[in-house]
Design a protein around this ligand. Structure first.
Ligand SMILES: Cc1cc2nc3c(=O)[nH]c(=O)nc-3n(C[C@H](O)[C@H](O)[C@H](O)COP(=O)(O)O)c2cc1C
Length: 245
C-alpha cells in the first residue's frame, strides 16, 4: 500500500476543530489542487467562495440546519457549480450560449464534486481535516442571496476545514461485491452482503456513541428515503437557469 492509498482509505469526516488557523497560502494551494482535477470538456465549472465574514458564517450555521462546525472550522468553503463564466466566454465571441440543459447541470455539478474531493484529499495529506456540508441546500435560496451568487451559479455544498480536535473511527463502507460488479449488474447476493454489513455498521455506531445508537445501514437508508429530499431544489435550479431542458 502506498501513501496515497493509505491516505484515501483513512478518510473520515471531522466536525470538531482546534483554534489553529489555516494560512491563506495553504488554502490557495488546496484550491489549486481542486483545479487540477479532471474537468468535463475542459469547462472548469467550479467556483469556490471562501467565507471569512464571521456574521455570514453564523448565518450559514443556521441555514445549514444548526451545524456549529460551519462557524468553528478554521475555514469554510462553498463549492458552486458555475456556468456564468461560460456565458462571458460566449459573449466574448458574440456567441449565444444555449443554457438550461440537464447535461450542463450534470457536468458542472460533477466538476464541482471532483474539484472539492481533490481539495479535501490534499488537505488531509497536510494534516488538515474536514467535512462536506450539503446542509447548505436546506435553504439554498438564502445561501445564494448571502453569497451574492448570480444566475447560472448554484451552491452545491460547503466544506469545513481545520485541524482536528477529535479522532473519529473510520466508518465502514459497503462490501466490495455490492459496489463492484463484473460485466453486468447482478444484485442477487446484495441482500446477504448488506445484512452482514448492517452488523458492522451497528457495531460502529454502538462504539461511537457508547451504545446509544444501534442503527443498521439499511435501516438508516430506509428511514431517510421515505422522507422528501429537499423538494425545493428543482424549482430553485430552474430559477437559476439550470434543468430547463
Ligand atoms: C456532498 C456531501 C454532503 C455532506 N453533508 C454533510 C452535512 O451537511 N453535515 C455533516 O455533518 N456531514 C455531511 N457529509 C458527510 C457525510 O455524512 C459523511 O461523509 C458520511 O457519513 C461518511 O462518513 P465519513 O466521511 O466519516 O467516512 C456530507 C458528505 C457529502 C459527500
Amino acid at each position: 500500500m502506498n501513501d496515497v492509498i493509505r491516505l484515501l482509505q483513512s478518510h473520515r469526516s471531522v466536525r470538531k476543530f482546534t483554534d489553529q488557523a489555516i494560512a491563506q497560502d495553504a488554502l490557495e494551494e488546496l484550491v489549486k489542487c481542486g483545479q487540477s482535477a479532471a474537468t468535463s470538456s475542459f469547462i472548469q465549472a467550479c467556483t469556490v467562495i471562501q467565507v471569512e465574514d464571521k456574521d455570514a458564517r453564523e448565518q450559514l450555521v443556521q441555514l445549514a440546519g444548526s451545524q456549529p462546525y460551519v462557524a468553528s472550522a478554521a475555514r469554510f468553503l462553498v463549492f458552486c457549480a458555475d456556468m456564468k463564466r461560460h456565458q462571458l466566454a460566449c459573449n466574448m465571441h458574440e456567441a449565444d450560449m444555449l443554457c438550461g440543459y440537464t447535461e450542463q447541470f450534470i457536468t458542472a455539478t460533477v466538476d464541482c464534486a471532483l474539484f472539492a474531493q481533490n481539495v479535501l484529499t490534499a488537505a488531509e495529506s497536510m494534516g488538515i481535516e474536514g467535512v462536506y456540508i450539503g446542509g447548505i441546500r436546506n435553504q439554498i435560496q438564502a445561501v445564494t442571496g448571502l453569497l451574492a451568487l448570480p444566475d447560472l451559479v448554484y451552491p452545491v455544498f460547503g466544506m469545513c476545514l481545520g485541524y482536528a480536535a477529535q479522532d473519529p473511527e473510520l466508518k465502514p463502507r459497503l462490501p466490495l461485491d455490492v459496489v463492484l460488479k463484473k460485466n453486468r449488474y447482478d444484485d442477487s447476493d446484495d441482500i446477504a452482503s448488506i445484512t452482514e454489513y448492517d452488523e458492522q455498521v451497528r457495531k460502529y455506531y454502538r462504539t461511537r456513541t457508547g451504545g446509544k445508537k444501534d442503527t443498521a445501514w439499511s435501516e438508516q437508508v430506509a428511514d431517510m428515503l421515505v422522507k422528501e429530499a429537499r423538494p425545493h431544489m428543482l424549482d430553485f435550479l430552474k430559477s437559476r437557469g439550470y434543468l430547463l431542458k
